[in-house]
Design a protein around this ligand. Structure first.
Ligand code: PLP
Length: 400
């Protein structure tokens, strides 16, 4: 029998004032979303906050929740922030607060993550898929007008809300969308799961729509270490309803149940992680933008690079190029050690779960075409220039 290997000594970070330490991260040379590189950079700010939650023991609705909500408001300029358990709950809660339900139409882009459409169906409403702009990848206001007119002409559903998505981090055209929502008496929700940290003109994401939602899923621009999300609004009545809905519809006294709600609170631990990360976030968004500039300069002559409209700052959840022979390009990049991802391989209106609500193949041509060509490259705030240049060289070789 071979003797057991001697136990390796456990390396620990120097203890902080709370006597609490986190392990070191093993950081791969080229990470797709930089989660471990970020952790290595920020863990000394995160660890004491986690330790503090263990010390006070209020894991649900601890003081970190209010502190985070205040810090998020300061960051983006919204009057109210309501922390919730995910970006999906951040979407479903305002729809519940607006009374969206059976017989209602909720207009959503087809080129998005499933959650945007899922929340309408969860409430018994119908998602109505809208095409996106060829360059912005965001909901196309002209197509939105057409689809609203169709739904009104059909007469079976009542147009109730539109959920715009800031795909890959670029804010949608909220001026045009607000005008349509006003004319058509629709509620406008901004799904900013990918764009928190971005800006349109002199306004931050979080203030661009009457209600804005975001996600703190780990790989989002501002991510926690689990699931999390938030809703932003200037409407204090809406914020009150959201705070009730996230806690089972509770009223002003405990166990008073005023409405049907959800269990959709953010954990104190996740709020602590976010409070530890927030001081670095503005610098991270700037670093993501510098990486996007570097990719643009290195790739703009060989592939279609992302649209950068004047006055908009993307949070760069993804840096997505358009290529022909995507699978071939992806395979060659994988061989060169470059991780990539496909967001999204199919538009929502062609997914089995939504087949009854889509108008079939060919009905949203831009979304369909983009899904066959889009390819996302490594994007995060901690990528070294040499690594970015390796990505650029590999992409040039792969499409060449
Ligand atoms: C990630 C994402 C969501 C859902 O967020 P979760 O926190 O994963 O529930 C919703 N919409 C979009 C556009 C997303 O990218």
């Amino acid at each position: 029998m071979t003797p057991k290997a001697a136990a390796r000594p456990i390396e620990t970070a120097p203890e902080n004032a709370h006597g609490f330490s986190l392990p070191d991260a093993e950081v791969p040379e080229l990470e797709f979303a930089g989660i471990r590189a970020q952790y290595a950079a920020l863990k000394d700010g995160i660890a004491p906050r986690i330790a503090e939650v263990f010390r006070h023991g209020r894991f649900i609705m601890g003081p970190e929740i209010e502190a985070l909500e205040a810090a998020l408001c300061t960051f983006c300029g919204a009057r109210e922030a309501v922390a919730v358990s995910s970006g999906t709950d951040a979407l479903v809660a305002p729809l519940m607060a607006l009374g969206v339900g059976p017989g209602d139409a909720v207009f959503v882009p087809s080129f998005t993550f499933t959650a945007t459409a899922e929340v309408a169906l969860l409430l018994g409403a119908a998602p109505v898929f809208v095409d996106v702009g060829e360059r912005s990848f965001n909901i196309d206001p002209d197509d939105l007008r057409r689809r609203i007119a169709q739904i009104r002409a059909d007469g079976a559903l009542t147009p109730k809300a539109v959920i715009a998505v800031d795909l890959f981090g670029l804010p949608a055209d909220y001026e045009a969308l607000a005008a349509i929502a006003g004319e058509e008496d629709l509620s406008l929700i901004g799904d900013a799961a990918q764009s928190f940290g971005g800006r349109r003109g002199n306004r931050n994401v979080g203030t661009l729509a009457p209600v804005t939602t975001t996600s703190f899923y780990p790989a989002k621009p501002l991510g926690c270490y689990g699931d999390g999300g938030a809703v932003f609004t200037d409407d204090s009545g809406m914020a009150d309803r959201l705070r009730s809905i996230r806690a089972h519809g509770q009223g002003s006294v405990q166990y008073a149940v005023e409405r049907v709600g959800l269990n959709a609170r953010l954990d104190s631990l996740q709020a602590a992680v976010l409070l530890g990360k927030l001081p670095a976030f503005e610098g991270e968004v700037a670093a993501r933008n510098r990486l996007a500039d570097r990719y643009d300069a290195g790739l703009g002559d060989v592939v279609s690079t992302p649209f950068r409209p004047d006055g908009c700052v993307s949070a760069w959840a993804q840096y997505s190029i358009l290529v022909d022979d995507r699978d071939g390009v992806r395979a060659r990049l994988a061989e060169a050690g470059i991780p990539t991802a496909v967001y999204y391989p199919a538009p929502m209106h062609l997914q089995p779960a939504y087949r009854d609500h889509g108008a079939g193949e060919g009905s949203l041509p831009v979304s369909e075409a983009l899904c066959s060509r889009v390819l996302s490259l490594p994007m995060h705030a901690y990528m070294q220039d040499e690594a970015a240049d390796r990505v650029i060289e590999a992409v040039r070789a792969a499409v060449g």
